[in-house]
Design a protein around this ligand. Structure first.
Ligand code: COI
Length: 358
């Protein structure tokens, strides 16, 4: 089935922001996509309307019990003016895996792609082109049935909003810079059987106390340890984590506690292609500290849609700084960033088959 949603254009187009000072999630485009779900009827009434505040009944279940999910993806303008997405099929598949966990009804992939494609077409003049920038796409779904029963809602809304963004962590000059990260030894993010693998708002709300604590120590974010023993490294803030010790790059295995990142999967595939030893295995924070001390900790970096590749120069753990090599951006992180962003923006040929032109 092919979808063509009705469009109501804004009568007040906004001024475009300075592409060199976009930040992340500060500016939103002129339009958004909205669709409703009713039990018995399914998803209906998809439409593109001006991006503006929505009304929500205060007793809507999402405001109390957080039955919601979101995705994050980006659109890029290529040097020849085409617009492309990066592995959007993986976002669509992950969306429905999150929906299963959150008891939210499945969304047909064709609706998902049609909504994004048409919305980007309407707001295509918002896609930035400065180095390091992209158009961030935020699809999300929430239950808005008016009910205090702790049960899956019978009514949902699916919304897609767009924002031109710079980099999530580093300065918005298209370059990379190494950050300082707090190793969180008190709070936990996710346990096996929980919602760690799903993209639901509660995972992020639950992490804020730790991030706030990290910031008091001049750290940009936290490195989460496992929930049971507080021993194994898992994610960095809202991103997946990679550690290069000697000639081996290590990332936590997908055991239900970490997000199956699309950038994570792309990093693994690129490293394999380049002949770099990459292991998905458990790694203790003690091994990382030891490697920092004996000089074998070559690189640490985070990967994510928002973070792209964000190098880490120092880990603050139990009151002590543990430097990663010389504390600067490492060559593997730099090469991964250049390759991924190059493929995403079309300045490097995509021989992985990852990009989809709109
Ligand atoms: C993303 O990388 O798309 C995310 O969802 C992280 C977000 C919390 C900024």
């Amino acid at each position: 089935m092919s979808y063509n949603f009705p469009v109501t254009r804004t009568t007040h187009p906004k001024e475009k922001p300075d592409q060199k000072a976009l930040g992340f999630g500060r500016y939103f485009t002129d339009h958004m996509f909205m669709m409703d779900y009713d039990e018995g009827q399914g998803w209906h009434d998809g439409r593109i309307i001006p991006h503006e505040p929505i009304t929500i009944e205060p007793a809507s279940c999402v405001l109390h019990y957080a039955q919601m999910m979101f995705e994050g993806m980006k659109a890029y303008k290529t040097p020849d003016g085409k617009v492309q997405l990066f592995r959007p099929d993986m976002n669509a598949a992950r969306l429905n895996r999150t929906n299963d966990r959150m008891c939210i009804p499945h969304l047909d992939q064709e609706i998902f792609f049609a909504a994004i494609r048409q919305l980007i077409e309407v707001d295509s003049d918002w896609i930035p082109s400065e180095p390091g920038t992209a158009l961030y796409i935020r699809p999300f779904i929430f239950g808005d049935e008016v009910s205090f029963s702790v049960l899956p809602a019978k009514h949902y809304r699916f919304i897609v909003i767009l924002c031109p963004v710079g980099s999530y962590y580093a300065a918005n000059d298209g370059g990379l810079s190494a950050t300082r990260i707090y190793v969180e030894d008190e709070y936990i993010r996710a346990a096996v059987g929980g919602t760690g693998f799903a993209k639901c708002g509660g995972n992020y709300a639950g992490g804020m106390a730790a991030s706030a604590k990290a910031m008091t120590k001049d750290c940009k974010d936290v490195l989460w340890l496992d929930a049971v023993e507080h021993k194994y490294v898992e994610e960095i803030g809202t991103s997946n984590a990679f550690f290069m010790i000697g000639d081996e790059v290590i990332t936590a295995p997908l055991m239900g506690t970490i997000l199956p990142g699309i950038t994570r999967d792309s990093v693994i595939q690129l490293l394999k292609k380049w002949g770099v030893k990459i292991s998905e295995r458990r790694l203790t924070i003690d091994e990382v500290v030891e490697a920092s001390k004996n000089g074998t900790l070559k690189e640490v970096f985070a990967s994510g849609t928002a973070a792209v590749i964000s190098p880490i120069g120092c880990l603050y753990y139990m009151g002590e700084d543990h430097q990663v090599a010389d504390g600067k951006v490492g060559p593997v992180a730099q090469k991964l960033y250049d390759t991924l962003y190059g493929i995403q923006t079309g300045s490097i040929k995509d021989d992985m088959g990852w990009t989809v032109q709109l």
